[in-house]
Structure formats: structure tokens, C-alpha cells
Write a protein that binds this ligand. Structure first.
Ligand SMILES: *Cc1c(COP(=O)(O)O)cnc(C)c1O
Length: 358
């Protein structure tokens, strides 16, 4: 197939076309060096420029304060589930987690292997279809940190307010599926992490933004690669970083700047999600699964009247060249993932299908 189609995949996901074109060129010949980006030494001047620019653009986009480090790591968000607890949860202390879906549960399970976890709030009672209210969250006494998942990729819910964290307790956020989809005040966080493959680039690179003093909490016995301070000290170059992923993230940051930065991309994202939610609401056949005040702008989950109709809808979508709309295997139904790079025209195409499907 020579033409590209609308790709609603939850991750790895669609990337901006201009970024893919730049990558095509850079794989062949990076910045007129005569060597492709995949073939350059991570210590040479060409890649040094790539990683320095990527970090600078990241800092500019989110106005990241100087006392925070920006790291490009490996192992995905899933390694962060363990690594953050290894570094930030001293023995004898408790970490508080809000459980809003499958990824929160995985983060909790990893932390439990390493220390004491208190689940401060949960929406599991209603299949994770909402974000718990502030009055339903009970923090423990003096937690080492509090952790939440800002966007729940599988249930299709998203926090639309700050976590009501106890003062002076570091807030740790798994932002894998909504990072840089809207403005973010980094100074309110201790640590933000995200696998790149949803909103930032290809799989294989993980963005970590960490307040530097928190890295000093790690015990010296922790293996070197698992200490944040190693990567802070070496500027993500302790070992060979995922060079292509860093290049791609850097290109996505440039693209984000061209979209009016995070405020600009937020406007696009709100308009895009509205196209689909409006169509679902207007349809007598489909219904959204998330409570309206908790709906995600990134992952729109909806159901049909029965599984057979859903199957036929997914077949019709495929016919209309709309790919990746099947809901996560754990919840069924449909899910339209419309991260930053997903085009508005694809949202309109889906809305039209929802309206015309019989
Ligand atoms: C996809 C996802 C993960 C897992 O990311 P990996 O990079 O595959 O480890 C974790 N958290 C959230 C919210 C996700 O969407």
C-alpha cells in the first residue's frame, strides 16, 4: 500500500509527517555529515548536537526549571515503575498511589516488590471509568512520594486537575500517554516519566524529568544503571543511549514548537476529541465508557450495543481505512487513540462513520 491511512493505534502511534520525512533524510545522511543518524557515535559532535538540542527544546516547551534534569533512558515506562521506587522509596517508608487503571496497577505491583504501598484512592469499583474526586483520596502519614497516572490509556480517562497532593511531598506522574499534549507546570512535580511511543517518538526511549535533589535519595548499593544520579551526572550518556529515539524525540519537539507549543497543541487536541465525542453522543447506537468529567482527550473509548455490532463496526472502519480502533483486549469495545500527531481529518472520518453506521 503506497498511501498512508488513519492510524488510531494506542502505541506505538502515529508520528508527524514532517518528522518522518526528516528521519528518512537523517537515516541516510545526518546534517550533511555523510553519515546516517543510526551510524554516528553517541560521543561525536553530530550526535552531541542532536541530544543537546533535544534537551533544550524540551526545556523550552515545558519551561522546565534548572533544578530539574531531563533524561533520555531505556526500558520504557515499565522500568520506571520499579526504578522510581528503587530511588525514591527508602526502606521503612510508604509510597502512596492512586489507582486509576491497568497501568496504575502495574506501577503499584512493582513498588510493592520494593517497599510499602498505600493505595490512596481508586476507581476500580466502576471499571476505572472515572477519576476519583479529591474527597475520595486519603493519603497516608508522610508518604515518601505520591504517584498517579495522568492519562489512562486503556480505560480512556484523564486527570483534568492537579493531584491534590499533601504539601512538600514529591508528586510522581506516569504521563506516558498524555505528555506534552497540554501545558504542564513541571515545578509541581518531583518526577515525570513517559515512554516515548505515544506522544513523543518511537518506542525504545523514555523521557524522565526529575527534580535533581530527589536523585540523592537512592542507596549507594543500587546498581549504577538504575540510579537516576548516574544519568543526571552523565547527561544520559553513561552508556550508549537510544540515539535514534533521541533524534526522533528532538524532531517531535521541534514540530511541537511549530504547532504553537503546548498551548497550541492543547487547542488542537481539544478540538479533535470534541469531533469524536460529539459523534458518539449524537449516536443512538454507541456510548462513551468514561464519565464525561473524566474523559481522555487522547484515548476515546466507546461501545456498541453488543459485541457483534462492534465487530461489524470495526470491519466497516477497516474498509474506510481507519486502523487500530479495537479496544484493549482487557476491556473490549472501541478505542480511538488520537495523540498529538493524529490529524483532525481522521477524527472527522471516524465521526462520519459513527454517524452513518447502521
Ligand atoms: C503504554 C503505557 C505504559 C507502558 O509503557 P512501556 O514503555 O511499554 O513500558 C505505562 N503507562 C502508561 C500510562 C502507558 O500508556
Amino acid at each position: 500500500m503506497s498511501e498512508r491511512i488513519f492510524n488510531f493505534s494506542a502505541g506505538p502511534a502515529v508520528l508527524p509527517e514532517s518528522v518522518l520525512r526528516a528521519a528518512q533524510e537523517a537515516i541516510w545522511n545526518l546534517a550533511d555529515s555523510g553519515i546516517g543518524v543510526l551510524e554516528h557515535s553517541h560521543r561525536g559532535p553530530e550526535f552531541t548536537k542532536v541530544i543537546e538540542e533535544a534537551e533544550a527544546n524540551c526545556r523550552e516547551l515545558a519551561s522546565i526549571p534548572d533544578d530539574y534534569a531531563v533524561l533520555f533512558l531505556q526500558g520504557g515506562a515499565s522500568l520506571q515503575f520499579a526504578m522510581l521506587a528503587m530511588n525514591l522509596l527508602p526502606s521503612g517508608a510508604t509510597a502512596d498511589y492512586v489507582n486509576t487503571g491497568s497501568w496504575s496497577k502495574k506501577a503499584i505491583a512493582e513498588a510493592k516488590k520494593l517497599g510499602t504501598v498505600h493505595v490512596a484512592g481508586t476507581s476500580e469499583d466502576e471499571g476505572f471509568g472515572y477519576i476519583p474526586g479529591n474527597d475520595a483520596i486519603r493519603w497516608s502519614n508522610a508518604p515518601a512520594y505520591v504517584h498517579y497516572t495522568s492519562n489512562n490509556t486503556i480505560a480512556g480517562t484523564q486527570w483534568h486537575r492537579d493531584l491534590p497532593a499533601p504539601s512538600a511531598v514529591p508528586v510522581v506522574c506516569d504521563a506516558s500517554s498524555d505528555i506534552f499534549s497540554r501545558p504542564i507546570d513541571v515545578s509541581k512535580y518531583g518526577l515525570i516519566y513517559a515512554g516515548a511511543q505515544k506522544n513523543l517518538g518511537p518506542s525504545g526511549v523514555t523521557l524522565v524529568i526529575i527534580r535533581k535533589d530527589l536523585a540523592e535519595r537512592a542507596p549507594d548499593t543500587l546498581p549504577t544503571m538504575l540510579q537516576y544520579r548516574t544519568h543526571i551526572k552523565e547527561g544520559s550518556l553513561f552508556n550508549t543511549p537510544p540515539t535514534f529515539g533521541v533524534f526522533m524525540i528532538g524532531e517531535v519537539f521541534k514540530w511541537l514548537k511549530s504547532q504553537g507549543g503546548l498551548a497550541g497543541v492543547q487547542k488542537h487536541n481539544e478540538a479533535k476529541a470534541k469531533i469524536i465525542y460529539d459523534a458518539v453522543e449524537a449516536s443512538p447506537m454507541f456510548r462513551g465508557t468514561a464519565r464525561p468529567d473524566s474523559r481522555s482527550l487522547m484515548n476515546i473509548c466507546f461501545r456498541g450495543p453488543d459485541e457483534d455490532t462492534e465487530k461489524r463496526f470495526l470491519a466497516a472502519a477497516k474498509e474506510a481505512r481507519l486502523s487500530g480502533l479495537k479496544g484493549h483486549r482487557s476491556v473490549g469495545g472501541m478505542r480511538a487513540s488520537i495523540y498529538n500527531a493524529f490529524p483532525a481529518a481522521g477524527c472527522t472520518a471516524l465521526a462520519n462513520l459513527i454517524a452513518s453506521f447502521r
